[in-house]
Design a protein around this ligand. Structure first.
Ligand code: DQA
Length: 153
């Protein structure tokens, strides 16, 4: 069993606004700076890392399906508001059966009740929530150390 070599980071709706969007919840880091750090770390580890953001549910579903064709072996995903609504994205992740970590910048469990429900968590290898942009880096560190089937590090 080998560590993931081909990682996809997916960002859901409104995350393109990071840096200016509700900084008390999401911090001041821009999506570009978060992605840059992930790309750098992946490069250092000799791993291919692609990232994709969309505000459109169907586009995210398409990107998850494409991940299987591209040979992606680990996904880091912040489904943003679709966390709480999207059976379509959940089904896509179940269909491709690629292990994934669910990331949220804010601590969703310290916020409104509607954010406590996730359509993803029970399928995820794990969840990182409440550490701002660092959460993606923590998820990547896990991915770099984990086995491709989502097993123990
Ligand atoms: C979020 C939390 C969601 O509830 C919210 O809709 C988002 C971002 C987070 O990263 O904290 O857009 O996923």
């Amino acid at each position: 069993m080998t560590s993931p070599r081909n990682i996809l980071v997916l960002h859901g709706p409104n995350l393109n606004l990071l840096g200016s969007r509700e900084p008390k919840h999401y911090g001041l880091a821009t999506l570009e700076s978060i992605n840059q750090r992930l790309v750098q770390r992946a490069l250092q580890a000799g791993v291919v890392l692609a990232h994709y953001q969309s505000n459109v549910e169907g586009e995210l579903v398409n990107r998850i399906q494409q991940a299987a064709r591209d040979g992606v072996d680990f996904i880091i995903i912040n489904p943003a508001a679709y966390t709480h609504t999207s059976i379509a994205m959940r089904d896509a992740l179940a269909a491709v059966a690629i292990p994934f970590v669910e990331v949220h910048l804010s601590n969703v469990y310290a916020r409104e009740k509607f954010r406590h429900k996730s359509y993803f968590t029970d399928l995820a290898v794990g969840i990182v929530s409440g550490f701002g942009g660092k959460g993606y880096e923590l998820a990547l560190e896990y991915a770099l150390q984990s086995t491709a089937n989502g097993g123990d590090t």
